[in-house]
Design a protein around this ligand. Structure first.
Ligand code: GDP
Length: 296
């Protein structure tokens, strides 16, 4: 993990895995994201209105998992194109009645290129023409061999619609996460990645960030891409105001002077002058590059 490389290993603690759901259109990515969110709302959180901020966290066996709430490959590729690596584990959704399709193969290639482990969720297992073995066979041809067939890939049969197999899938995510030894320093310098951002009429620029190291707090001075600002307020995935967010937590922040891009890295600075100087330097550099491109 590049972000925590400079940290003293003895102060690192386990952090929740960050999971992206990929797969062919109509194979059930959105339904699965909804099913996970609905089945794992904790008692204390029940009644809290789920807010779409681009990512959410669930808890199972007292452990958290973060899901990027944007199905499809766009989020994954946009982030990667900007040099951000946010995904720890990919769930590849394959409909049991349809099989491996072009976007299934594309998803496998994305995950492999990013060196991200894949768990296969064979969805729509409730359908009469569902065929688990056929899916295993087809994926073998793409290098994903099921454990029970002597390979290393975990396959979990699920029905996102009937909410079957969700618990098992989450447990497998925790298992793979343990093997990946995901760590962060909650006391380190807060940094992470912008997941999505937009201009809110009432609140100004609103950005969902994924904290990847350290603990982001209200009042912190944040530089994100070409913009900076002091965090005025933070809202979690339940729509609740929070004062701080630790490693792997998604949180929406208010207070940036401008709207950053998805995939931009953010980092906290102690000094507002330095933060401003850095963003000015970055935008001057960009402007110079654009002028250069025009005169060429
Ligand atoms: P996405 O394009 O991958 O996000 O797919 P959606 O989640 O939108 O699902 C596509 C269609 O498949 C919808 O009509 C869903 O209701 C249906 N669907 C999703 N999961 C299941 C499932 O487990 N069983 C059945 N029978 N239908 C499902």
């Amino acid at each position: 993990d590049m972000l925590v490389e400079e940290e003293d290993p003895s102060i690192l603690v386990n952090r929740p895995p960050v999971v992206t759901i990929m797969g062919h259109v109509d194979h059930g990515k959105t339904t699965l994201l909804d099913a996970i969110r609905e089945t794992k709302v904790t008692a204390t959180e029940a009644g809290g209105i789920t807010q779409h901020i681009g990512a959410y966290q669930v808890e199972i066996n007292n452990r958290k998992i973060t899901f990027l709430d944007t199905p499809g490959h766009a989020a994954f590729t946009t982030m990667r194109a900007r040099g951000a690596q946010v995904t720890d584990i990919t769930i590849l959704v394959v409909a049991a009645d349809d099989g491996v399709m072009p976007q299934t193969v594309e998803a496998i290639n994305h995950a492999k290129a990013a060196n991200v482990p894949i768990i296969v969720a064979v969805n729509k297992i409730d359908k009469p023409d569902a065929n688990l073995d056929r899916i295993k066979q087809e994926l073998t041809e793409h290098g994903l061999v099921a454990e029970e067939w002597g390979g290393e890939t975990i396959f979990v049969p699920i029905s996102a619609l009937k909410k079957q197999g969700i618990e098992e899938l989450l447990e497998m995510i925790l298992l793979v996460s343990e093997m990946a030894e995901l760590r962060a320093n909650p006391d380190g310098r807060p940094r992470g990645t912008i997941i999505e951002a937009q201009l809110d009429k009432a609140r100004g620029p609103a950005a969902t960030v994924l904290v990847q190291n350290g603990t982001l707090k209200v009042g912190d001075i944040v530089v994100a891409g070409m913009t900076y600002g002091r965090v005025r307020a933070m809202v979690n995935d339940r729509g609740r105001r929070v004062k701080e967010a630790g490693p792997s937590a998604p949180v929406e922040i208010i207070g940036l002077s401008d709207v950053p891009h998805a995939g931009d890295q953010f980092v906290v600075y102690d000094d507002e002058r330095k933060a401003r100087a850095l963003t000015e330097k970055r935008s001057n550099k960009l402007r110079a590059a654009e002028m250069g491109a025009q005169t060429r």
